[in-house]
Design a protein around this ligand. Structure first.
Ligand SMILES: Nc1nc2c(c(=O)[nH]1)N[C@H]1C(S)=C(S)[C@@H](COP(=O)(O)O)O[C@H]1N2
Ligand SMILES: [Mo]
Length: 324
C-alpha cells in the first residue's frame, strides 16, 4: 500500500480510500508499516500526528491500548455514524448524519475554567497533542436500550485534568457544549436547555476509563459523533458523553445537567448503567446491539456498569437506586 504524506505531514486519503472501512484497514497497515520501519519510526509518528486540518475522514494515528479493548464485535462504521443522538441536529436517529455537515469543527477552542490553577484556552491541535492518542474499544449504551461498540481515539481525561491543576475546591467537572443556531438547527427548538451540559464528580472524571475523545475508527470524529472533541464515559448511559465540547469548568457544587433539568425523574446526575434500576419508560435489563440484534431477536443482557466493574469502587456505600 502506498502511504502519501504531504509536506505538512497530513495523511492524505486517496480517492480509492473514501469508504470508511478502507480508511480503517489502511490505517492498520499504515501503523504496521511504521512499526516495521524502526529507524524512521519516531519521525513518522510525529508526522502522522501533526495534522494541519481536520476534515471528515482525516486519519488520526493512535496506538491501541490493549488494556481497554472490549471483546465484543465492533459496530460497523456506517451504523455508528447513522444512528445517533445529537439533538442540536434534530431528534431522529438519522438527523445528525443528514444535518451535521453545517458544524464547523475547525477552528475550534476549548476553554478550561473555574477552580484550576492553570485556566487556559486550547485550540483543538494543542488539545490533541496534550497526551499520546490511544485507540480504545468501548461499549456505549444509551438509556433508550440500544448499544454500540466503537474504537474511540483519545486519551484519559485525567491527563488533561492533571495538567490544568484543579484547586482543592474542585469537586465536579462540568462539560459545556456548543450551542450555535447558525451551525445547529436543533437549538432553535426548546426540547432541551442549551447549551447541552453534562457533569462528572471529580473522582469519576479522574478514572482512567473516562476518555477525552477526538476520533473514532482511526479518523477524526465525524460531525454527527461530536466533532471535534467529546467525552466518552463508558460505564454511564450515553447522555453523559457530551459532544462538541467548548468549555470544561471545574466547580465546587454538583452542576445542573441538560437531561436532569428537562426530566429529573428520568435522568439522574450519576446515570450509571445499571440493569437493576429501570428508567420510567424503558427497561435497563437488556439491550439491542445496533447492526447485530434485530427487533425480533432475544435481547442481550445489560451488564452492571456496562461491563466495567472496576468503577464500582467509586460508589461504595451509595444507594444506586437513589443516586441513579
Ligand atoms: N451535545 C450533545 N451531546 C450528546 C447528545 C446530544 O444530544 N447533544 N446526546 C447524548 C446521547 S443521549 C447519546 S446516547 C450519545 C450518542 O453518541 P453517538 O451518537 O456518538 O453514539 O451522545 C450524547 N451526547
Ligand atoms: Mo442516549
Amino acid at each position: 500500500m502506498l502511504i502519501k504524506l504531504n509536506p505538512d505531514g497530513i495523511v492524505q486519503p486517496s480517492p480509492s480510500e473514501i469508504t470508511p472501512e478502507h480508511v480503517y484497514l489502511n490505517r492498520r497497515q499504515f501503523i504496521a508499516r511504521i512499526a516495521a520501519t524502526a529507524a524512521a519510526g519516531s519521525a513518522l509518528w510525529e508526522m502522522a500526528n501533526r495534522e494541519a486540518f481536520a476534515q471528515a475522514g482525516t486519519r488520526l494515528a493512535a496506538r491501541r491500548n490493549a488494556a481497554y479493548v472490549a471483546p465484543d464485535k465492533v459496530t460497523e462504521f456506517h451504523d455508528a455514524t447513522h444512528y445517533n443522538n445529537f439533538y442540536e441536529f434534530g431528534t431522529d436517529k438519522e438527523d445528525p448524519a443528514a444535518n451535521a455537515h453545517t458544524l464547523r469543527p475547525r477552528p475550534w477552542t476549548v476553554s478550561i475554567e473555574g477552580e484550576v490553577k492553570k485556566p487556559q484556552t486550547l485550540d483543538i491541535d494543542s488539545l490533541r497533542k496534550m497526551a499520546p492518542l490511544e485507540e480504545r474499544i468501548y461499549r456505549l449504551r444509551c438509556v433508550e436500550g440500544w448499544s454500540m461498540v466503537i474504537p474511540w481515539v483519545g486519551y484519559s481525561l485525567s491527563e488533561l485534568i492533571k495538567r490544568v491543576e484543579p484547586t482543592s475546591n474542585a469537586k465536579y467537572v462540568e462539560f459545556i457544549t456548543l450551542a450555535d443556531p447558525k451551525q445547529m438547527p436543533g437549538v432553535r427548538s426548546r426540547i432541551l436547555q442549551w447549551p447541552y451540559t453534562e457533569g462528572l464528580r471529580m473522582d469519576e472524571a479522574m478514572h482512567p476509563l473516562a476518555l477525552l475523545t477526538v476520533g473514532m475508527y482511526g479518523q477524526v470524529l465525524p460531525n454527527q459523533n461530536g466533532a471535534p472533541v467529546r467525552v466518552i464515559v463508558p460505564w454511564k448511559y450515553g447522555f453523559k458523553s457530551g459532544k462538541s465540547i467548548v468549555k470544561i469548568r471545574f466547580v465546587r457544587d454538583q452542576p445542573r445537567t441538560s437531561w436532569n433539568v428537562s426530566a429529573p425523574d428520568e435522568y439522574g446526575f450519576y446515570a450509571n448503567v445499571n440493569p437493576k434500576v429501570d428508567h420510567p419508560r424503558w427497561s435497563q435489563a437488556t439491550e439491542r446491539r445496533i447492526g447485530e440484534d434485530g427487533f425480533f431477536k432475544r435481547k442481550r443482557e445489560t451488564l452492571m456498569f456496562n461491563g466495567y466493574p472496576d468503577v464500582a469502587r467509586l460508589y461504595g456505600g451509595m444507594d444506586l437506586r437513589k443516586y441513579y
